[in-house]
Design a protein around this ligand. Structure first.
Ligand SMILES: Nc1nc2c(ncn2[C@@H]2O[C@H](COP(=O)(O)OP(=O)(O)OP(=O)(O)O)[C@@H](O)[C@H]2O)c(=O)[nH]1
Ligand SMILES: [Mg+2]
Length: 535
């Protein structure tokens, strides 16, 4: 994760040339961004190996005595020393003796040292789970996966029961002190909160934790992942927009250090600077929105062209990591990136699925959802998600082998509600059945529910049933027609086979009688031929 060198906010890099307002401290040092062995040492990865940039000799020692120090730290955190509460501070399982070398990861073609991260969450008093049913430990586990996806190394986590967060520091002073001693003992570089923090909370916590320790929240982490993964121009623009909208309210008080430096004699100087910064950011937001509009216009034209052949569009939606891209790849031979990480897909990909009976539908893979999805992101991705709103059928893909499958379903339904797609027919796919202990029983349960199919996108099990179910479901949004197609209009007949669901064809002396479900727009085209059939 990169950080702004002049303020306490995460620095979001982006492919967009429009947005490069800040330098990270690593860039300021003209070094590839790497992590630190403790709070003072800065290391640069050079082709020849490690170079210690810090001039302090004792920093060198820290690296050499790493294992010893690590042991000592474990003692500290596990309660042998220091004030860390054994019950509430839990180490997320990581390899105990992860060597210094193994912390190196290849990212964007460059070897970098993983930053050490510490996770912090809150359990509301009287609530054992949040609004979509995630308990605090489950939510922290997911946060840990997010951190891993972002390239961070989670070394510990903690949570506390609270009535309501402290407006200044989120937690009370006792808990903040406890976190401080834990993160210093572990040599943590980034503290990640599971809930959104205000600008003031971010600044105050960084001040208390001191040194180079950075504080961020779940939203910033997700934005960072999206930023790393945005592959197309449109995705980069959307993420940049979401990042700026996230930063705008957090600029408050960023410049108050100017007033302090001037001995308080230039009161209001910080205020003015905030206004200037906000204006610059707003201007950049405006430029980005315009650029996005033009990119979207272009995409819409392309989509309209596609719509002129009325092949039904089926959209895959679902929780991140449910297996949407794997399903698309299996059915269409596409090579969309599918991996065991969160938010592997950001851009919608559409491919044609051809059935054995000649029917076709277009299958669209979309960005995955997650609980506590930042509203700024939902808004930024609304245009991409337009693909969903214009589809004939939504297929909700669920990782049924996940212990929190039901909670994930609820979280997806919540986002779908925000997108206002209730009028579009929906069906459910229980994916990853190869990982459940009793697939037969699961299949019976799915049958009982209706509109639910069990598949394994990985092994291909159940894919034929899935396609059949999609066709049945698509019929709901189509109209029934009976038409006489003259023999010289053979191409029309093949289009009916492609875009509709044909029930029966009968060859007559003057043409072919076809009985089928077809999309409404196409049925209108067939009106004269339907009359022929009746006469
Ligand atoms: N065992 C098993 N693993 C699967 C199956 N389907 C997908 N996976 C694995 O689950 C992981 C996530 O799959 P993706 O297809 O990337 O999931 P996604 O829903 O597209 O995820 P996002 O793009 O992050 O929203 C990958 O490691 C897949 O190999 C399945 O049916 N069985
Ligand atoms: Mg995907």
């Amino acid at each position: 994760m990169l950080w702004c060198s002049s303020c306490s906010l995460p620095r979001f890099t982006t492919a967009s040339t429009l947005y490069k307002p800040y330098l990270s401290w690593a860039q300021a040092l003209k070094l590839p961004k790497v992590s630190v062995a403790d709070n003072k040492t800065r290391l640069g990865v050079l082709p020849e190996g490690l170079e210690v940039v810090s001039s302090q000799d004792d920093d060198l020692q820290v690296i050499e005595t790493k294992d010893e120090k690590q042991e000592h730290l474990h003692e500290l955190v596990n309660g042998a020393a220091g004030s860390v509460d054994k019950k509430k501070t839990k180490k997320i399982p990581v390899e105990e003796d992860r060597s210094f070398e193994s912390r190196y990861k290849l990212r964007n073609g460059r070897e970098v040292l993983e930053e050490k991260a510490y996770l912090v969450g809150v359990e509301r008093k009287g609530e054992t789970e949040n609004e979509v049913g995630f308990g605090i430990e489950e939510s922290l586990k997911e946060l840990s996966q997010l951190a891993d996806t972002a390239g961070l190394l989670v070394v510990g986590s903690t949570y506390q029961k609270l009535n309501s967060p402290n407006p200044r520091t989120y937690f009370g002073s006792g808990k903040v002190a406890e976190i401080k001693s834990a993160i210093h003992a572990l040599g943590v570089e980034t503290v990640i909160f599971d809930d959104e923090l205000s600008a003031g909370q971010l600044r105050n916590l960084e001040k208390i934790f001191g040194g180079d320790v950075r504080v961020c929240d779940r939203t910033a982490l997700i934005l960072d992942i999206f930023n790393q993964r945005a592959a197309t121009h449109e995705a980069s623009l959307q993420v940049a927009l979401a990042q700026m909208e996230y930063q705008l309210p957090r600029l408050t008080k960023m410049w108050t250090h100017l007033e302090r430096q001037a001995g308080g004699q230039v009161k209001g100087m910080g205020e003015k600077q905030i206004e200037v910064d906000k204006r610059i950011l707003r201007t950049q937001i405006g430029i980005l929105k315009k650029e996005l509009q033009s990119v979207r216009k272009h995409r819409k034209q392309y989509r309209n062209r596609r719509v002129s052949v009325p092949v039904p569009v089926v959209s895959l939606v679902g929780y991140t990591n449910a297996g949407k891209s794997t399903l698309l790849n299996q059915l269409t031979g596409a090579d969309v990136l599918a991996e065991d990480q969160l938010f592997a897909t950001l851009d919608p990909t559409t491919r044609r699925v051809q059935m054995k009976n000649g029917s076709e539908f277009l299958l669209t893979d979309t960005v995955g959802f997650i609980q506590k999805l930042p509203t700024t992101l939902v808004a930024a991705f609304r245009a991409t998600l337009e693909e969903i709103t214009e589809s004939s059928l939504l297929v909700h893909v669920v990782d049924i082998s996940h212990p929190l499958a039901q909670q994930q379903i609820d979280a997806v339904d919540k986002v779908l509600l925000e997108l206002d797609v209730s009028s579009i027919p929906k069906m459910m796919v229980w994916n990853k059945v190869d990982r459940v202990s009793d697939p037969q029983n699961l299949k019976l349960e799915a049958e009982k529910r209706g509109d639910t199919v069990c598949v394994s996108a990985l092994t291909g099990d159940g894919l034929q049933e899935f396609c059949n179910a999609v066709q049945e479901k698509l019929k709901e949004s189509m109209v029934w027609v009976e038409a006489l197609i003259p023999f010289d209009k053979g191409e029309l007949l093949s289009t009916i086979h492609k875009v509709g669901v044909v029930d029966k064809t009968e060859y007559m002396a003057n043409g072919t009688v076809v009985r089928a479900h077809v999309p409404l727009r196409f049925a209108r085209l067939l009106t004269p031929l339907r009359q022929l059939c009746k006469s």
